[in-house]
Design a protein. Sequence first.
Length: 299
Amino acid sequence: MQPLDWNLLKSFLITAEEGSLSAAARRLAISQPTVGRHISELEELLDVRLFERTRSGLSPTSTGLALIEDAQSMRAHADAVSRIATGRSESVAGTVRITTSEMLAVFVLPAMLAELRQLEPDIQIELVASDSTDNLLQREADIAVRMYRPTQVDVITRKVADFQLGAFAHRDYLARKGTPTNIDDLTGHDIIGFDQSPGLIDGMRQLGLEVDRGFFPLRADNQIVGWQTILAGLGIGFTQVWLAQTRNELIQVFEDVDLPVLPAWLTVHRDIRTSPRIRLVYDFLAEKLSHGPWSGGNG
């Protein structure tokens, strides 16, 4: 039997994890027919059937399930080789893939990356705006900026900023509905909430308000959408103080109430921290994030 092509196994493994060819194709950044062809070639090579079609998608056969663990082990070794090779590269030119939250990707990182490009034009940046957890171990990203401390093994993480949250509303909304002076007054207002995430409900309860999903007349999990609804005057929303203070039409309400602080953590895998290119970008972001307008001048 001819040697196995890792690309065939990789397509099989991602399809098994995602449950469909289309989802695997998106994750692998290749076409769906290519993923299907890889799996067909692998089945022909091994003379086995790897998937069964079900109502919910593709389900591995017993043979497929037996193959998954070995494929995962091969992926771990391949990823390790890739990280070590990247870590030992002496060239600054090349690509750095950064993943961060949607809010930071839209309102924080662009100005920093514009400055970085001026300083280091040979470095290309891939910016992934996502609130999902990209896996640094599998090289889905080189650097991550997250609003929580990563717990993965073999990563280096550094707290670089604290983003204070506040409650804000458009002045036109407050002119119509009045300005609340304390948390209890919120029951008479339109509060912008989350759709699926329980975070704001939990936060309200910590402040002494027992509410449910119906308390929020407008709900959206996307932070950018939430920000835009505040600007449009739909109600009172919770957002980062430094950002809201850049808009004169927004007014902060009950400033004396202590709201949570969102810590920002800059993370990189230990193996690629030694890459001159990734080290340069990591250190640049650490410096900029530590001294932004949200920091009050403190690192």
